[in-house]
Design a protein around this ligand. Structure first.
Ligand code: DC
Length: 226
């Protein structure tokens, strides 16, 4: 049976960088579940679906064709034969994704896709409900967090580096807090720390320190040196 490391936490806590490196060290495939919610949002917007109408979004959800396959140490996603790339990382998608992620039919569809990925091997899966709803029985569950200031700083730096947007730190923080509020208060699978998950506050830690903390907390037989 595949091993699954599950990492949840709010935006900008460092989940992607940590998951990618932990995956590389252990030979586990990196799975970015947020990208699937972003793809749903991108497609809904492209097809003129009203993202604030849960029934319209629920009816649309099964029609989006997403192909998932292992590629360069991660699960890559294709829509209509193309990778979405940074088209799913815009401020517009940021603003609508949380709303789309409240819809039960969207969550069920993505949960099924994520569980199906164990066919490809061992996984490091990051998101908001991985430890609580998608893989709640994993023996390696983490809740990664950081102060709102630290998270906004990291997100803004990322956006500027990628040339996606040039928003002030204040507006990045406001958009991030608005998303946190929707993600943690929604009815289905809200973001919360799972009982038994290891909590790591990354505000004052380097990336390497967070990676080491995760590796040290894994079941000993999963260790790269065992
Ligand atoms: O991690 P991210 O910013 O790419 O996530 C995009 C949106 O999807 C965000 O509003 C939270 C939501 N999401 C979710 O509800 N459940 C997940 N497992 C991952 C992301």
């Amino acid at each position: 049976m595949s091993k699954v490391i599950a990492i949840d936490g709010p935006s900008g806590a460092g989940k992607s960088s940590v998951s990618r490196i932990v995956g590389e060290r252990l030979g586990f495939l990196h799975v970015d579940s947020g990208a699937l919610y972003r793809i749903m949002t991108w497609q809904a917007l492209a097809r003129g679906v009203e993202t604030s109408d849960p029934e319209a979004v629920a009816a649309f959800a099964p029609t989006v064709e997403i192909e998932c396959r292992p590629e360069n140490g991660a699960i890559a996603y294709y829509v209509g034969g193309e990778k979405p790339g940074d088209r799913i990382r815009t401020p517009e998608i940021n603003a609508h994704a949380s709303q789309v992620a409240t819809v039960k039919a969207v969550r069920e569809r993505i949960t099924a896709l994520l569980r199906g990925m164990t066919q490809y091997g061992d996984l490091v899966v990051e998101g908001r409900d991985i430890t609580t709803a998608v893989f709640p029985d994993s023996p390696a569950r983490f809740y990664l967090t950081a102060s709102a200031e630290a998270r906004a700083r990291r997100r803004q730096k990322e956006e500027v580096e990628k040339g996606i947007a040039n928003q002030s730190a204040e507006s990045v923080k406001a958009s991030l807090l608005a998303r946190d509020a929707i993600d943690s208060t929604r009815k289905y699978a809200p973001l919360r720390k799972a009982d038994g998950a290891v909590e790591i506050d990354s505000s004052d830690l380097t990336l390497e320190q967070v990676v080491e903390t995760v590796l040290a907390a894994l079941p000993s037989e999963w260790s790269p040196n065992s």
